[in-house]
Design a protein around this ligand. Sequence first.
Ligand code: FES
Ligand SMILES: [Fe+2]
Length: 445
Amino acid sequence: MGTARKYAVIDPATGKIDRSIFSDQAVYDDEMEKIFGRAWLMIGHESLVPAADDFFHTYMGEDPVILTRDGEGRLHALLNMCRHRGNRVCRVDDGNAKRFMCTYHGWTYRNDGSLEYVPGEAEAYFGALDKPSLGLTEARLETYAGIVFATWANDAPSLEAYLGDARWYLDTVFNRRDGGTQALGPIKWLEPANWKTMVDNCSDNYHVPTSHLASARVQSRWLGRPRLSHEDQFASPNKHAFVNGHAVTFRDADDNTPRFVHGMSQDTARLFQEYHEATTPEVERRLGALRARRVQLGNHSIFPNGILGLRLALPRGPLETEFWHFVLLDREAPDEIKRALRIGSQANNGAAGMFEQDDVDNWRQVTQASTSRLGRRHPQDLSMGLGHAGPHPDYPGVVSERYISENNQRLFYRRWEEFMNAESWADIPLAPIRARFDGSATMRG
Ligand code: FES
Ligand SMILES: [Fe+2]
């Protein structure tokens, strides 16, 4: 059970934040229960389990979970813990299996979680074992455009309400084409950083011209990508928005150009332009003209730990995070586009990605600073753009006036407080869905 501890870690008037939340074990233990024990968590993608009886091993926070597709095609998120003594019943990353047998005493579960066979059920248990009550523990599961989410909380709202108006922006990447998306990967690695440092970094464009200077110069020089400078950023009409814990940055431009993504270079720009033009009528039918032609999702995070697309920051203690990097592709995109995105994504944000390595150094140092007794006396300063964000006539959520702002970070840590101080979901506020979802795209794709 959680403690009655009350958290007030960020001062909304000054943006000062208590840095001990990045390294304190007791805070971390509370997070596992109050955030990872109750939020909707991104755990995978339907394309990872395309056929009946496929499974994919994943995590909800620190808890091992098997994502299965049963014989009837239904998805399940099952805690990988034998209900007898607790052994893992699945020891591999993925595969196809109708059953999972625990290798301690042989209890065997169907892939819908039900306990099917117990050695000695009649002889050893005298027929007294309550098998129906001993299936694998199952989480609630819902999908959004093929992305699989799960929660342990029976009182959680629907996934649609949880994503709320953030989906208005997310649709522009995740829900673009009739054929949906496919996930490749993941690449997995460990980072010596607190999980929150990488989530709040998703809305930090301020660091890009400094931290990524060398990487950006390489890209400008050799790939023909646009220069990155503070001046360009400060003059940019792009914006940040925040809804229900989810943070997005987006490009706001009426030039109807393809989204500038890793993998796009002077060699592939024509391909991306052609793909954009060929698919615009379909995207407009699905998302409406404003989102199809003008709004482009930039960096984003889905509360609590979904980062920049289908990438996960899985907590492994206060000072360590296991990072999972998937590449998400439009299923019906031409092979050349898929290849460019696959290579570009890994070259920039994979384990050996140029940008990723720049970022990890920052996250590690922010985490390390929070372990210092002296350092903890001095809060982080997240004051940038205070008082310069609010409702916008065209765009949902709390929208910042500028592209460079710490509004999303302040609101992320306030959302964190809301979860950490809540007794149940009844205490966690949700913004109502107000955005106009023009077009035919739905939660189901
Ligand atoms: S722990 Fe699984 S069968 Fe005993
Ligand atoms: Fe970065």
